[in-house]
Design a binder for this molecule. Structure first.
Ligand code: PAZ
Length: 312
């Protein structure tokens, strides 16, 4: 009998841009594997759950992709090449610093007669320059690949394709699964084709459990990779228990637990035999430090340790 995840792939079509993305992933991975690089797959942002095939309405979640976008920048600093697999229109590395008004506020407009000049304000140059330098270095050396998803089904297809390419890296591959993936969905064969009408009775929408991809991912797709998953909760009393349950069930290396309310300043690293908090002090925050800087440093150190013990 097919398992829950196999049934999912058998009953859900890949997204229309799937083959293009698969080729990009293959080319990126082959090029960097030849150079013996360390690679990280960062997943980021939330998945949607469409309610109709011609989707007008969908269930979404809160994630803007801050954790993933910031972490991708720090992984580049730690000499990883990065596959940034993110929700379309969620935050991206580098450009996240200039989102919306922040960018406009960095610019100065001079209008003298017929001449118009736009310059970067002197105090913004200090902010912009290092970000621009890192961005250029990553782009020009082809060290980051962007692929995107929208629905939970797109995410599933892309994640498996990425893993197929990552397996050749053995223990040099790190999976950093920070995306907020829906636990519930409406299966394709139970979804109406057209927009749900409001004329008759209120719809009764039955959500089903999404298969847990960590199971085949860890045991079949990338068995030698260092896999890190995130666990988000809103009730602190269950956070560590849930993280430990995930480790026991899927047998991966690390769960990073965080609370919705405090995720920017505190996370807990849960390994099979320990748990420890990573906390950003108020002073560090005021100095502009980001918790992802500390998280990525810790994860990279854990990955290095793992690779020392590993032959692949
Ligand atoms: O996108 P963001 O930075 O606001 O939030 C990040 C996060 C809380 C989604 C991430 O740290 C996380 O916990 N992801 C896994 C969520 C889960 O499925 O439990």
């Amino acid at each position: 009998m097919a398992s829950h995840w196999e049934e999912f792939y058998a009953t859900h079509l890949p997204p229309t841009d799937f083959e293009d993305n698969r080729k990009l992933l293959q080319e990126f991975c082959e090029r960097h594997n030849k150079r013996n690089e360390k690679i990280v797959l960062v997943t980021s942002g939330g998945t949607t759950v469409p309610l109709e095939h011609n989707t007008v309405r969908f269930v979404d979640n809160f994630s803007a992709g801050t954790r993933g976008a910031a972490s991708a920048e720090y992984f580049l600093e730690h000499a990883y090449v990065v596959i940034f697999m993110h929700r379309l229109k969620s935050l991206e590395p580098f450009t996240r610093h200039f989102n919306g008004q922040k960018f406009m506020d960095m610019l100065e407009l001079y209008e003298r007669g017929p001449n118009t000049n736009i310059t970067v304000k002197p105090d913004s140059v200090d902010v912009l320059a290092p970000i621009l330098a890192s961005y250029k270095a990553a782009q020009e050396n082809g060290r980051i690949l962007y692929v995107n998803f929208t629905s939970v089904s797109d995410y599933f297809w892309l994640l498996r394709a990425a893993c197929e390419c990552l397996s050749q890296f053995g223990s040099r591959a790190l999976l950093y699964l920070a995306a907020a993936v829906s636990d519930f969905y409406v299966p394709s064969n139970q979804m109406p084709t057209h927009k749900i009408q409001s004329g008759s009775a209120a719809p009764n929408i039955q959500l089903q459990l999404v298969p847990k991809l960590l199971a085949p991912l860890v045991s079949l797709w990338v068995p030698h990779a260092f896999v890190v998953s995130f666990k988000l909760e809103t009730d602190e009393s269950i956070l560590i228990t849930k993280a430990r349950e995930a480790l026991n069930k899927y047998k991966h290396k690390l769960v990073i637990g965080n609370m919705l309310q405090t995720r920017r300043t505190k996370v807990v690293f849960v390994t099979p035999d320990s748990s420890y908090e990573v906390v950003l002090s108020r002073e560090q925050m005021l100095n502009g430090m980001e918790i992802e800087d500390v998280i990525v440093r810790n994860v990279a150190a854990n990955h290095d340790e793992y690779r020392k013990k590993f032959k692949y």
